[in-house]
Design a binder for this molecule. Sequence first.
Ligand SMILES: [Zn+2]
Length: 183
Amino acid sequence: MAANPERTHPEIWIEGLAAERKRLRSVAKPFDFSSMPYKELAALIRRMRKIMREANGVGLAANQIGLPHRLFVAEVPVNDGTKFYSVINPAIEKMSTEKATIEEGCLSVPGIWGDAPRAERVTLVGQDLRGKSLKIKAWGLLARVFQHETDHLDGKLFIDKAKNLHRAEKDNSEPVQDAKNNQ
Ligand SMILES: [Zn+2]
């Protein structure tokens, strides 16, 4: 495969570099709330949200910026705006047998797109910034993002399961939906 194109964001690690691939392929250990003060965790989440937005992504897992923490952020369009999520120690508790195959991309695999089969609906469990348990039922794009980001924390990338992988340069003429599926 040809050399990877430019990074999607200076702080986002990419699969095309061996040293960074190692982190992207590692399984994140459960996050220990006693290891990081709340303020520091909240600052980390704000930083991840900023990076995700700057990269036009809809999700970002901690290992995508080289950190070992088991957490991700996500933000998807809703009626007239977006809804932001931060989930610590996420796990997919339930997934529908019904699948949807949609073109997907990844901020850590720049320029590559592919058709990834995912469960249409999932129940995500995890914790909020204070360590309180949360459970979110999701469908459509949000369900897809939750699966993509949870996979990241298990060292899995969408290219492992996507079909018809192809290279496409990111440019403004792309349908918005494609850019919005970049995670
Ligand atoms: Zn990704």
